[in-house]
Design a protein around this ligand. Structure first.
Ligand SMILES: [Zn+2]
Length: 279
């Protein structure tokens, strides 16, 4: 009896976790239950069952994620960002797409595709790497931990980097494997919002730093030239409403557009990525 209750609670927690991180994963798991009953009938209790059930869920989840969700999201006004279809615009980490976190309004995708094309003209071979965008369904359904990424209008982009030993321009590559949490810190004399926000008691401002491995930080140099070019192309795009980066990087890159704003101490640091949103 107790065992059964623990099992049910565990299952409910799993559904909540899948919903929070993938939006549709919890529903997919519920839809997979009938096949679990079938497995129970066909297979003896034991290791085989424990392997087969997760495999069925993963296969069904991937099928739904890549073939069904894009079709269903369209009537809700959201489209997936290109996964492999655009040579100049790709996810930094494929898990962004596997977890359904790459959905945007068609206008935002078009804007980024146009910017990617212009980047290619300026710096041939350059790939803009995107990070978290929005989930496919439901207006105001938050994409944890970016609570504002809930209306299809927002996306984060990775900075560009240079290999510190070969000085080669890197693409689809960042010192943090998730694109967040390895910072391009303020230099001497620059505005230091991380320090100021910490002083004001905003403990969460730099918290990702403690969870994300930092060992690649010295292998890559912030590519100021290409990152500035990307930001300028976004600034000049009429569809883009505003962007967030840390004030010290705005100063360093000599950017003055009013579209580039400070996000406030109650957000997190933006010296690891650019937040972009359409009007
Ligand atoms: Zn963002």
């Amino acid at each position: 009896m107790v065992n059964k209750i623990i099992k049910i609670i565990g299952f409910i927690i799993l559904i909540i976790v899948l919903t929070v991180f993938t939006q549709v994963g919890g529903l997919v798991l519920l839809a997979t239950i009938p096949t679990f009953h079938l497995v129970n009938k066909k297979l003896e209790k034991g290791v085989k069952r424990k392997i087969v059930k997760p495999l069925i869920f993963i296969a069904f989840y991937l099928f739904v994620t890549f073939l069904i969700v894009p079709l269903l999201a369209k009537p809700f006004g959201r489209v997936p960002m290109p996964v492999y279809g655009n040579a100049n615009l790709k996810p930094l980490n494929i898990f962004t797409c596997i977890l359904n976190r790459h959905y945007v309004r068609p206008k935002l995708r078009q804007s980024l595709e146009d910017v990617a094309e212009k980047m290619e003209r300026n710096y041939p071979g350059t790939v803009i790497a995107y990070l978290d965008a929005n989930f496919p369904f439901i207006y105001k359904f938050p994409l944890y931990p970016h609570l504002s990424h809930s209306d299809g209008k927002k996306i984060d982009l990775a900075f560009f980097y240079i290999d510190s030993s070969t000085k080669v321009q890197l693409n689809k590559s960042a010192p943090s494997f998730i694109g967040y949490g390895v910072y391009e810190d303020p230099q001497k004399g620059e505005t230091n919002m991380p320090k100021q926000c910490a002083k004001l008691g905003y403990w969460q401002y730099s918290y990702l730093h403690y969870f994300v491995p930092q060992w690649k930080k010295d292998d890559m140099i912030f590519d100021q030239k290409r990152t500035k070019q990307l930001i300028l192309l976004l600034v000049n795009d009429q569809r883009i409403g505003k962007m967030f980066i840390e004030p010290h990087l705005k100063e360093r890159m000599k950017l003055s557009s009013k579209k580039i704003r400070f996000h406030g101490c109650n957000a997190v640091r933006h010296d690891d990525h650019i937040h972009v949103q359409i009007k």
